[in-house]
Design a protein around this ligand. Structure first.
Ligand SMILES: Cc1cc2nc3c(=O)[nH]c(=O)nc-3n(C[C@H](O)[C@H](O)[C@H](O)COP(=O)(O)OP(=O)(O)OC[C@H]3O[C@@H](n4cnc5c(N)ncnc54)[C@H](O)[C@@H]3O)c2cc1C
Length: 520
């Protein structure tokens, strides 16, 4: 992964690519991995950094979706449970089992959730994570000592998966690159080109770093722009009807003492009828999410006051201590690209919660779904795109394809475990210069060697790329991340050949952005 090389490859390729993919989130990068692994020539363009959109802002669960089970959508749950198992098999350094406790108050809740979660476990078949079990009131209180005891009858324990979303994404970019794909961050698609018949045959893009425009031709253009997919569709047809009804979800992060231990909490029905999770994540406590319809989409959504208040109140009913605003270490929001009911004419609505839509111009849009099912979404998408582009059929090979970094026992690398098989190379950097092993802030484990690694091997271009997505400092502890920024800028500048004015600008820009994460 090297941006100057990727850019050179993108500019030098004059023949049509099989596919040009717009958007470097889970969906687009998943498609790039699938298509490149089948042997198609692929270019992916991301307007900002990989994962800048929703894909770094999830609840970090690899799950079948207990909510879909309640809705009776068994096939969707089975598909997601299978994908959950495949993801743990293919990226064990980033996906782990997590036990959840569901407290029950009404008489019917324990048998209802108990049976439901038994079914959840059965549906996962050979991809099972752990055995669900009923808990007595006493056992439930051992896990959740602070919950309201009045009316408490007991609880249910079940298992799902947990991951680090942007780390997985970066490893997927590396996987696609190893399979021959060209992937470019900071390259925005600004226009679409058409052939003599009016069929979309390529994109016009801007290299955000140099400001220069370039064109890329394609047999099919795949729009994987998430919450922005309607704006890409409007590049083809300005009056097109929107597919997306965006909805914002927010999360708050607290220190570990709010949820000590290794067990998460799932609240199936909050006061507004939503599911809420409180999970241990990277030595902290992550609580969310909300669901608020919005009209404008933004690359940097900010949690609303009412979302923060709602999470604080609900979390206070379940965590070890009632959190206050002053306890919030980071607050972040993401946008769900919910698909509106289509007009039916040419929407290939699949029997899952993602949608593949082909506009009259031939632009293929894939959206909806969830992180957990990205692989399956990509398989569907590449099958359809290959047919659309009249390309020879090639079988999908991602079911057993290891994600870059695959390592069966990465825990032994301590806090570098998320790098999997790359961890020894980072340890080598520390051996060569011991100072690079020192934490950049006492509250977080991240060290200078990770900054160097991110710049050299993972296409990090800015302080934000390092602190938000290569490491998770901004999402775990925004004020610590602000304090780390000057040293990160200094290390990055050395790696990328930038001057002190660049460093100062980077620090200012990051500090401004990070204010949006400091809700306390
Ligand atoms: C709050 C919340 C919590 C969630 N939690 C979970 C969870 O725990 N587990 C789970 O499985 N799923 C979860 N999901 C769902 C999951 O996060 C999303 O389904 C997934 O991240 C969507 O990925 P995407 O690639 O489609 O979109 P995005 O990640 O938003 O990527 C789209 C990309 O397109 C780029 N782009 C846009 N326009 C252009 C252009 N013109 N040129 C180039 N690039 C462009 C954007 O910059 C962006 O990076 C959650 C979603 C939300 C909102």
């Amino acid at each position: 992964m090297n941006r100057p090389d990727m850019l050179k490859r993108a500019l030098a390729h004059k023949a049509p690519w099989a596919f040009v993919i717009v958007g470097g989130g889970a969906t687009g990068v998943g498609v790039a991995v699938d298509a490149a692994a089948r042997g198609y020539r692929v270019l992916l363009l991301e307007q900002s950094d990989f994962g800048k959109g929703t894909s770094s802002r999830s609840t970090k669960l690899v799950h079948g979706g207990v909510r879909y089970l309640e809705q009776g959508n068994i096939s969707l749950v089975m598909e997601a449970l299978k994908e959950r198992g495949l993801l743990r098999q293919n990226a064990p350094h980033l996906v782990s089992d997590l036990a959840f406790v569901v407290p029950s108050y009404a008489w019917w809740q324990a048998p209802f959730y108990g049976l439901g979660l038994k079914l959840y476990q059965t549906l996962s078949g050979k991809y099972r994570f752990g055995r669900s079990q009923l808990l007595s009131k006493k056992e439930t209180l051992q896990y959740l000592p602070n919950i309201q005891t009045e009316g408490l009858r007991g609880g249910v324990m079940y298992y799902d998966g947990q991951f680090d979303d942007s780390r997985l994404l970066i490893n997927m970019v590396a996987t696609a690159a190893e399979k021959g794909a060209t992937l470019l961050n900071y390259a925005k698609v600004t226009g679409l080109t058409r052939d003599a018949e009016g069929w979309i045959d390529g994109v016009i893009a801007q290299d955000i770093e140099s400001g220069k425009e370039f064109q890329a031709r394609a047999k099919a253009v795949i729009n994987a722009a998430g919450a922005f997919c309607d704006s890409v569709r409007r590049l083809a047809e300005p009056k097109t009807r929107p597919m997306i009804a965006p909805s914002q979800g927010a999360h708050l992060v607290f220190d570990r003492s709010f949820l000590p231990g290794d067990t998460a909490i799932m609240v199936p029905h909050t006061s507004d009828g939503r599911v809420m999770f409180a999970i241990p994540w990277h030595g902290h406590t992550l609580v969310g999410t909300t669901d608020t319809p919005i009209t404008e989409v933004s690359l940097e959504p900010v949690p609303m006051e009412k979302e923060i208040d709602f999470i604080l109140t609900t979390a206070g009913l379940y965590l070890h201590k009632k959190p206050t605003r002053a306890d919030i270490l980071s607050a972040f929001a993401g946008i769900r690209p919910l698909v509106k009911a289509g007009d039916g004419s040419n929407t290939a609505a699949l029997s899952r919660d993602h949608t593949i839509h082909i506009d009259q111009s031939g632009l293929l849009t894939i959206t909806g779904g969830k992180w957990t099912t990205y692989r399956n979404m990509a398989e569907d998408c590449v099958n359809q795109a290959a047919t659309l582009a009249h390309l020879p059929e090639k079988p999908c090979v991602t079911r057993n394809l290891h994600v870059h970094g695959h390592h069966a026992n990465a825990k032994r690398f301590g806090h570098l475990a998320v790098y999997g098989s790359d961890a020894p190379a980072i340890q080598q950097l520390i051996r060569a210069e011991a100072r690079l092993g020192e934490p950049l802030h006492p509250a977080l484990p991240y060290c200078g060697a990770e900054v160097i690694w991110a710049a050299r091997e993972e296409m990090a271009r800015s302080v934000e790329d390092v602190l938000a997505r290569r490491t998770r400092a901004l999402f775990l502890h925004a004020r610590a991340a602000i304090a780390m920024a000057p040293r990160v800028a200094e290390l990055l500048a050395k790696e990328l050949g930038r001057d002190t004015a660049w460093q100062a600008h980077q620090v200012r820009a990051f500090q401004e952005l990070a204010k949006g994460y400091c809700a306390g």
